[in-house]
Design a protein around this ligand. Sequence first.
Ligand SMILES: *Cc1c(COP(=O)(O)O)cnc(C)c1O
Length: 421
Amino acid sequence: MNLTERDLATVWHPYTQMKTAAPPIPIIKGEGTCLFGEDGKRYIDAVSSWWVNIHGHSHPYIAKKVAEQLNVLEHAIFAGFTHPGAVELAERLLKILPDNQKKAFYSDNGSTAVEVAVKMCLQYWSNQGQGRTKILAFKNAYHGDTFGAMSVSGRSAFTAAFDSLLFEVEFIDLPNESNISSLKSHITSLNKELACFIFEPLVQGSAGMIMYEPEFLQEIMSHCHNEKVLLIADEVFTGFGRTGKSFACNHVQQQPDIMCFSKGLTGGTMAFGLTTCTQDIYDAFLSDDKLKTLFHGHSYTANPVACAASLASLDLFLEPSTQQNIDRICAMHSAFSTKIKGNKSVKSTRQTGTILAIEWETGDNTSYFSGLRDKLYQYFLKAGIILRPLGNIIYILPPYCITDTELNYIYSTIEQAFDDI
Ligand SMILES: *Cc1c(COP(=O)(O)O)cnc(C)c1O
């Protein structure tokens, strides 16, 4: 049997209807922005392998640092012990985050980073004997796939089988000029019950790259602070340069109380999660009463190899050439977006930083719409580009090392698709 056949005999894939999905493509090598199939075919990874990769695949510098770490210390229990990587990473990250972020709590992935954040907020209030137990979130939000993270995410086809078991959350619309004052009064009406507000700053990725203005995020954040509602910025997707600045929260003056990171944290090398918080939140857990402890931890908390990958990725991230690359991608996206405006296949385009989303015109033809996603996906694969449309929305968010040539090839293939599909 070949690899695909062996896979189908034994493996269950994420977000995949195994009955109808096309067989998985074997990938045996990654280099720069490209993944290479077993058959030698080269794919440009235009979605950064589910939004995680920022410096390109199998980056030699990250590989070297990870290999060095593996030879020294692969893992050590993190309760009662520490190690240099965990401390150095916390020190260096807190230095570049909004300056109210003072403590770092490690976990395994984006969903666990969110679980930790939500637990911190709920227990922050219960440790102080206050009954704030409600959580506020945006409609269509996505914060992960574990039960707590699903609960604070919008209800959708993804959560339908579990909806009756998810805890209740107060969902509000994304803010804009016309609804901002009613959103604020709504928050005020709930204020004594609200423990926290969790949000994806500026871009709701999984919802279909839905974007909203910093100005209104800023206003909601400021209002929540006035009402003593804790703010959780879920930067799992937006962190590490995606929105053009290091963190999406850098686009607003208000600072969140808690931040969640994963995806780009290790540069896309491996799973890792991080939740940071203010001194005030940390202090609410300090007590002679053991019950006020944050009882949360994972076997692989602060894994030294993941810390080494993150430190290496941070070194690369802080090189001036990385910000230049981010700026270059922003400018090229913007020019392409302008160029295709008015095309009959383009319903709309939107961009935040290195994320460009193009909504395909489907008109009223629902039968056309239903097959469109798979048609687009296969079309780009055939052309050697990995794009995973969300319904009728295609989006490009490449590793920052993508070349002009590669980016222009993606753009011209999209333009060709306007004619062909
Ligand atoms: C992907 C994502 C998560 C979940 O991260 P996982 O590592 O897949 O568990 C949480 N929040 C946001 C905003 C995400 O995009």
